[in-house]
Design a protein around this ligand. Structure first.
Ligand code: N01
Length: 480
């Protein structure tokens, strides 16, 4: 009999898992989703300008290619529609349990099954749990004094307040990562004044976007192999050009120069340019890919503030130099809690082991997928599987294929638990590869935990990860 599978999250990861189960004829699965619909981060992030900086033809499942993407880089709405379409096409809807947050999962050794507790107080048993909760789903508010004192309207980029009209307002944006870089160009033209509070400048490279014309879309549809060849070309160019940037390879200087040139071309004022010039190597933090960000900062109604924020006051933001800038609206583009994976779900494995206790010095998992003491628990987009250079969908598909390969093993031999020795070997290999990466340089990034360990990113090429996850090695696990 097929195992029963609980999937947590209905984003790219959870849906991919559901689709592959469905394709394999396994229908004994439930996808738990705390939101009211599918889409994960692409449902949550509805801020103006929300879009992906990975090309459409690559930022989609390999097995579900669309010929009719309207733009080279997809906007949030189009990605969400794509995922909704996948849920319909592959018959996932009857398996979706929406508005249902999983609060705890405990391995019950008396029956060798996982007991899931949900926010509605329900409890259910499953043979297998697959987490697809992602790394960027819990907004992080800054630890600035006075956050509660502020009297204007404040919201996080991933919790956009669409009921709040921005036209004619005095607005402050805190942060200048990928989200802020997309928000600022859309907000700046409509507001009266915009202050952008920058703690650390980002490296920015241009995004050569544009619409796919009707003829191009028809060609993708009807010319044999064109779509597949185009996807493969995009993949190879990104992998071949951008991955070396992260490991000090041939293209590091070239991409750095391109970013410097982009800044020079778009920002004429040397003072502003100096403020926007990073002092850390490119790639250490997530590179911003955008062509509209710099021009927005040069608008007369926009001020880039680099004095550190001292505190929020009822009417605005006070910087360390004692200046208060009034703002009736405050937008936190301050990122996410990225290093406390799977929080706040309480996960308990064999012998009462608590996942978050085991991970208190940094999350880790064998292949980013399996953790000792937690049999039949598999992670999608888990520790050390984020990318700094390519489409995360590639990694998710590799992980789903791997987990699908585990199902016959655990069905035949009982619950599978990764061996500590396998995880230790994995950690040693990761550490060796990580030492070569630019993420180790001195910059603050969401890839690192409080102790400075890079817990989020995969340090190798995607080709290697896809190869080593092609099929599970039974000797890495104990069964029963
Ligand atoms: O978040 P971030 P994000 N005082 O963590 C600043 C993906 N994504 O939502 O650099 C002042 O990158 C912080 O400053 P610093 C993508 O993977 C993709 O923008 O820490 N500032 C930083 O500038 C991305 O990397 C797309 O000094 C404070 C910003 O807030 C990830 O999501 C689009 C502060 C946070 O940047 C997250 O991006 C959007 C404080 N106390 C997102 N605390 C695309 O595909 C934080 N900051 C295009």
């Amino acid at each position: 009999m097929a195992p029963s599978v609980a999937i947590i999250g209905a984003g790219f990861g959870g849906l991919c898992m559901g689709i592959q189960l469905q394709k394999a004829g396994i229908t004994s699965y439930t996808i738990f989703e705390k939101a009211g619909g599918v889409g994960g981060t692409w449902r949550a992030n509805t801020y103006p300008g929300a879009a992906c900086d990975v090309p459409s033809h690559l930022y989609s499942y390999s097995f579900e290619q669309r010929h009719d993407w309207t733009r080279r880089f997809p906007a949030q709405r189009e990605i969400l529609a794509y995922l909704e379409g996948c849920a319909d096409k592959y018959g996932l809807r009857p398996h979706l349990r929406l508005n249902t947050e999983v609060t705890a999962a405990a391995f019950d050794e008396s029956v060798n099954r996982w007991r899931l507790t949900t926010s509605d107080g329900g409890e259910e048993l499953f043979d297998v749990v697959v987490s697809g909760v992602g790394q960027l789903n819990r907004p992080r508010l800054p630890d600035i004094p006075g956050v509660d004192a502020y009297e204007g309207t404040a919201f996080h980029s991933a919790r956009w307040n669409h009921g709040h009209e921005l036209t004619g307002r005095r607005v402050a944006v805190i942060g200048n990562g990928s989200s802020a870089a997309q928000i600022i160009p859309r907000v700046a033209p409509v507001v009266d004044h915009l202050d952008v509070y920058q703690r650390t400048p980002s490296w920015v490279i241009p995004k050569v976007n544009g619409e796919y014309g009707r003829s191009e879309r028809l060609a993708f549809r009807y010319v044999p192999f064109l779509q597949a060849a185009n996807r493969e070309r995009i993949y190879r160019v990104i992998e071949g050009l951008v991955y070396p940037v992260l490991v000090g390879g041939w293209s590091r200087r070239m991409v750095t120069r391109r970013a410097q040139e982009h800044l020079r071309q778009q920002v004429g004022d040397p003072g502003l340019r100096a403020k926007l010039t990073p002092a850390y190597p490119i790639g250490c933090k997530r590179i911003v890919i955008d062509s509209d960000f710099y021009p927005a900062l040069t608008r007369p109604n926009v001020e880039l503030v680099t004095d550190p924020i001292a505190r929020l006051v009822p009417k605005g933001v006070e910087t360390a130099d004692g200046v208060t800038r009034e703002a009736d609206t405050l937008i936190y583009a301050t990122g996410f809690h990225t290093t406390d994976f799977l929080a706040p779900i309480e996960i308990t494995g064999r012998a009462g082991r608590r996942l978050h206790e085991i991970w208190k010095d940094g999350a880790e998992a064998y292949l980013g997928v399996a953790v000792p003491h937690f049999p039949n628990l598999f992670l999608l987009y888990g520790p050390n599987t984020n990318l700094g250079h390519n489409s995360i969908i590639l990694m998710i598909e590799a992980q789903v294929r791997y987990i699908m390969g585990c199902l016959p093993l655990l069905s035949a031999r009982g619950p599978m638990e990764v061996r500590q020795a396998a995880l230790d070997g994995w950690r040693r290999a990761l550490d060796r590869a990580m030492a070569r990466t630019v993420w180790q340089a001195s910059c603050h990034s969401w890839y690192k935990n409080a102790a400075g360990r890079v817990t989020n990113n995969w340090p190798g090429p995607t080709t290697l990860y896809r190869r080593i996850t092609r099929a599970p090695r039974p000797d890495a696990y104990r069964f029963g």
